[in-house]
Design a binder for this molecule. Structure first.
Ligand code: NAD
Ligand code: IPM
Ligand code: MN
Length: 358
């Protein structure tokens, strides 16, 4: 029996609250699943660590994480600290340092969850957004000149490499190929961004020729927002650049019910480094400490982590338990219109797992 070693980085605000809940649920799943063995080591990195040590993680942080099979992450971000330092000091440092270039963001209307779109229910909105996660608008290339002077200049350069675009296109096509509808939509902005986005489109077209059984279309990112709202059934898998997919995935989460539901996997598909799993939401300044964060996004992310670790049946059991709780509509968190706390949702999912016939 293989033991999967998980590094947990709860981080800040509601990130820490939902990761604690996720570890509890995984503990119960493990008790109930013969052959499933997970160990957790928790790293107290984040904004409090920054206040004490002047950095978000130790200098050898990546080296310490490298030997783990996966990373289970909460969120970072503190209202009193500069976001660009805290985010780059931990989460983005891990995504880029471990070359987690494929960011997979499913959005699906689950039974029992009210969808804000009229007449849209389970089966009508079932998407996976594939986000390029290593370069593009988040390359970090740029700088500031003439600091503090009237003529100050700030340059933020998007970097699109052919190798980087090709690998995410191949990943997205392969994912679409393995879904029943086999459809991939490429999001672009090549009408205005005439260098990087044109390369993006060219490599999309070139890769399409390798995947003849996947149907394709292309959307400008602005028009894509309206298609997501007005024609949700027309979409299946979506591939988009780092920033475009960041924005579209929050919209996708809200359209599927709430940001609190949405999971993500930051994958290094070659498995040269551990991959990282987290809800897509942030540290939730406005609700942190109240015990009311929806933990389902963190649970669903844990299911994605189990899948990645080769524990498909356990992942399906966990997803099934989430779906059963939501479909029951008795224990609903505040963001889904209910009154259940994080702890109550966690108890409900654990209860289903305990009663599950595994
Ligand atoms: P956010 O995702 O933290 O919150 C946006 C809104 O959604 C808030 O009203 C919040 O209460 C609500 N929300 C989010 N998750 C929820 C949940 N699980 N249950 C119920 N409601 C939920 O985004 P923000 O306010 O833009 O950012 C706050 C901080 O988090 C910033 O510092 C930002 O940079 C950071 N952030 C970090 C990550 C990450 O570490 N992965 C992701 C996004 C934002
Ligand atoms: C996300 C977040 C991050 C991102 C931020 C916090 C840097 O918004 O995971 O969606 O854009 O990658
Ligand atoms: Mn985001």
């Amino acid at each position: 029996m293989a033991t999967h070693r998980i590094a947990a980085i709860p981080g800040d605000g509601i990130g820490a609250e939902v990761v604690a809940a996720g570890i509890e649920v995984l503990g119960v799943l493990q008790e109930r699943t013969p052959g499933l063995s997970l160990t957790f080591e928790s790293f107290p990195w984040g904004s409090d660590f920054y206040r004490t040590h002047g950095r978000m993680m130790p200098e050898d942080g990546l080296r310490r994480l490298k030997g783990f099979d996966a990373i289970y992450f909460g969120a970072v971000g503190d209202p009193d600290l500069p976001d660009h330092e805290t985010l780059w000091g931990l989460r983005l440092a891990i995504c880029q340092g471990f070359d987690q270039y494929a960011n997979v963001r499913p959005a699906r209307v689950l039974a029992g969850v009210p969808c804000p779109l009229v007449g849209v229910g389970p089966g009508d909105l079932d998407w996976i957004i594939v986000r390029e996660n290593s370069e593009g608008e988040y390359s970090g290339a740029g700088g500031r000149v003439h600091r503090g002077l009237a003529e100050e200049v700030a340059v933020e350069t998007s970097v699109f490499t052919a190798a980087g675009v090709r690998r995410i296109m191949r990943f997205a096509f392969a994912l679409a190929h393995n879904r029943p509808r086999r459809h991939l939509t490429c999001v672009t902005k090549s009408n205005a961004q005439r260098h990087g986005m044109v390369l993006w489109d060219e490599i999309f077209a070139e890769t399409a020729r390798e995947f003849a059984d996947v149907t394709t279309d292309k959307m400008l990112v602005d028009a894509m927002t309206t298609r997501m709202v007005l024609k949700p059934r027309s979409l299946d898998v979506v591939v988009a650049s780092n920033l475009h997919a960041d924005i579209l995935s929050d919209l996708a989460a809200a359209l599927s019910g709430s940001l609190g539901l949405a999971p993500t996997a930051n994958l290094n598909p070659e498995q040269s480094f551990p991959s990282m799993f987290e809800p897509i939401h942030g540290s939730g300044f406005d609700i942190a400490g109240k015990g009311i964060a929806n933990p389902i996004g963190a649970f669903w992310s844990a299911a994605m982590m189990l899948d990645h670790l080769g524990e498909g049946p356990a992942a399906a059991t966990l997803l099934g338990a989430i779906e059963q709780v939501l479909a029951g509509r008795r224990v609903m968190p505040a963001d889904l219109g209910g009154q259940a706390t994080t702890a109550e949702v966690t108890v409900a999912v654990c209860g289903v797992l305990r009663g599950a016939n595994l």
